[in-house]
Each structure stands twice: as structure tokens, then as C-alpha cells.
Design a protein around this ligand. Structure first.
Ligand SMILES: O=c1ccn([C@H]2C[C@H](O)[C@@H](CO)O2)c(=O)[nH]1
Ligand SMILES: [Zn+2]
Length: 135
């Protein structure tokens, strides 16, 4: 799936966002090496902090299917500039994405800004930072 098709999938996900509190729907679509595409939308909760962002829903759907090798992701919201993924989602992306994995951020005006993983979260805490001598 090419960039514009992936963005279309993210827009489709945005349509089913569960956002009764913020009324701010976000959509994401992530693609894996196996060629599968997983879509996610933000899912809010009356206990507000329990909310999960669209990006993490999409990534967790893939990982929960054993599909953990990602090639790219698209994120869309109705923002003036292409919507920047939050810090928590960047950390989750960094667990699975390579340093050069493309992240397409966009909005409903058709603005697209492409980043690499290491641009969105440089000097990230990584699995390799954990101590190795733990049982
Ligand atoms: O990149 C982003 C930024 C925000 N949100 C969600 C979280 C919350 O439901 C709403 C407002 O922050 O948007 C996402 O899903 N992705
Ligand atoms: Zn987020």
C-alpha cells in the first residue's frame, strides 16, 4: 500500500474514533513487512487518562496478532498542521520501529509531513538500556 492509500486507511479509522469527551477524532494506519495494514482510532474513557491514542491502538492490534515488523504508519486528525503523535506513542513506536521507519503525519487539508522514527524520538529509552544481569 502506498503513502496516499495508507493515509486513506487512517482517515477511515478516524471515522470510528470513540471520542465523546474531546470530540477530537484521530485515525492511524500501520503497515507491516507481511503486507498487512492495521487501523486504529483513539478510544477515550470517562476516566480520562485511560484513553488510548489512535497510533497505539493500531500498533497494539498488529503486535497482538504477532505482526511486529513495521514498515510505516500514517496518522490523521483535523489539525492546522499535520498532527504530531504524542510522547507516549513515540515511545511505543520506538520499541518496534527502526530508526529510519517513516511516519506520515497529516491533516484533513492534505498537508503531509514525513518523519523518520529517530527524528520524532531521538535518544529514546530502548530495550538495550535495560540491565542484562536480571533473572
Ligand atoms: O497523536 C495523537 C494525539 C492525540 N490523540 C487523542 C488522544 C485524545 O483522545 C484526543 C485529545 O488529546 O486525541 C491521538 O489519538 N493521537
Ligand atoms: Zn499518542
Amino acid at each position: 500500500m502506498n503513502q496516499s492509500e495508507l493515509i486513506q486507511e487512517a482517515k477511515r479509522a478516524r471515522e470510528v474514533a470513540y471520542v465523546p469527551y474531546s470530540k477530537f477524532p484521530v485515525g492511524a494506519a500501520v503497515q507491516t513487512k507481511s503486507g498487512n495494514v492495521y487501523i486504529g482510532s483513539n478510544i477515550e474513557n470517562a476516566a480520562y487518562p485511560v484513553t488510548c491514542c489512535a497510533e497505539r491502538v493500531a500498533i497494539f492490534k498488529a503486535v497482538s496478532e504477532g505482526d511486529t515488523e513495521f514498515t510505516n504508519i500514517a496518522v490523521v486528525a483535523d489539525t492546522d498542521r499535520p498532527v504530531p503523535p504524542c510522547g507516549s506513542c513515540r515511545q511505543v513506536m520506538s520499541e518496534f520501529f527502526k530508526a529510519d521507519t517513516p511516519i506520515y503525519t497529516t491533516n484533513l487539508h492534505g498537508d503531509v509531513k514525513e518523519f523518520r522514527m529517530n527524528e520524532l524520538l531521538p535518544f529514546s529509552f530502548a530495550p538495550s538500556d535495560l540491565p542484562k544481569d536480571r533473572e
